[in-house]
Unconditional design. Sequence first.
Length: 137
Amino acid sequence: MTTLKGIRMRDVTREELEGIHVLVIDDNDHERDVLRDLLQFAGALVTTADAADAARTALTADVIVCDLATAEAAGHALLERLRQRHARRGVEVPAIALLPEDAVDWASTRAVGFQRHVVKPVNGDELRATVRELTRR
């Protein structure tokens, strides 16, 4: 078992998410840093941004991880704009919503355009598995 910034995870290899670029969007600096470290620890290339800077990221992401409250505050068009910017060969970029346990409403997150959701506080194993599933690696 490994602990990273208070998040317990099963043993992780650096190759687990190697070659996957994840765009993490959260308006909370601490949350962004924790998510970045967790995903980088498993080998992912991670770009972090708040909602205002997300559309200006230079690298094309394989998957978007976005705090639902951040997405809602920025407007539902945020996710659509990001998907268009990060699309590869016409393939839409999958997105994972992060939401508090008491706000789990899968129907509304799907309606906004997220494929999956992960409950906060984030379970590192669940987030990594969801990123792998959506990127098929």
